[in-house]
Design a protein around this ligand. Structure first.
Ligand code: ATP
Length: 199
């Protein structure tokens, strides 16, 4: 799947609206130390649903909002948008281009959108399931992650192969179905108790 564009506004060092285009052939982002290269990858992980401030190199989620610089005031919210080419419909949506956006305010309020339609974080996770794209998916290998992958438990390593094999979606649906089944069994046993009481 081709990442076409990344837009950031008020995110970390990107105080102004910044659009990065990734036409076919662009494979690398270069820049001097401290110029914001890692902030670009943080932006990608954040918009795809990263919930851990620590893995975005901050101590709270509000740390992703531009905190001001010499001669520049902090901003009140930040937004990141990521656009993928979906002409092959790998993402289960009837659009040839899919844009996912996330916005967070200093108050802590957070919003997610898929093609400008407000949605839940869960919808974003489900949209990218089994595509290899996502905050922890194998298309995002952060610094030190290779060592982590090699030294991690075999069951954890297995998760990477399961995502590549495209079975995460089914495992997640199975889990949800089992949860519903459990709830239904509990309801049934409550009803049986009531019936016994009434008899
Ligand atoms: P290196 O090559 O050294 O790894 P880099 O290009 O990856 O550097 P980043 O780590 O992406 O650089 O960017 C660091 C810069 O981002 C620092 O100058 C830091 O002050 C700035 N920065 C991070 N968070 C914020 C924020 N919330 N508000 C303003 N600036 C921020």
């Amino acid at each position: 799947m081709h990442l076409k564009r990344l837009g950031m506004s008020g995110f970390k060092s990107f105080a102004d609206r910044t659009e990065l285009e990734f036409p076919p052939g662009v494979t690398t982002v270069v820049g001097p130390n401290g110029s914001g290269k890692s902030n670009v990858t943080d932006g990608i992980r954040w918009v795809l649903g990263e919930q851990s401030a620590k893995s975005l190199r901050g101590s709270s989620m509000q740390d992703v909002i531009f905190s001001g610089s010499d001669g520049r005031k902090p901003v009140g919210y930040c937004e990141v948008s990521i656009t993928f080419d979906n002409s092959d419909h790998q993402l289960n949506l009837d659009y040839s281009e899919v844009t996912v956006s996330r916005r967070v305010y200093r108050s802590g309020d957070s919003e997610f959108y898929i093609n400008k339609q407000a949605c839940r974080l869960k919808d974003i996770h489900e949209l990218f399931m089994d595509t290899g794209i996502g905050k922890d998916a194998y298309s995002m290998i952060g610094q030190g992650r290779i060592d982590e992958i090699l030294s991690t438990k075999s069951e954890d390593r297995r998760a990477i192969f399961e995502e590549a094999a495209g079975i995460v979606k089914f495992k997640s649906r199975k889990k949800e179905a089992e949860r519903k089944l459990d709830a239904t069994e509990q309801n049934l046993s409550r009803i049986q108790d009531l019936v016994l009481e009434l008899e």
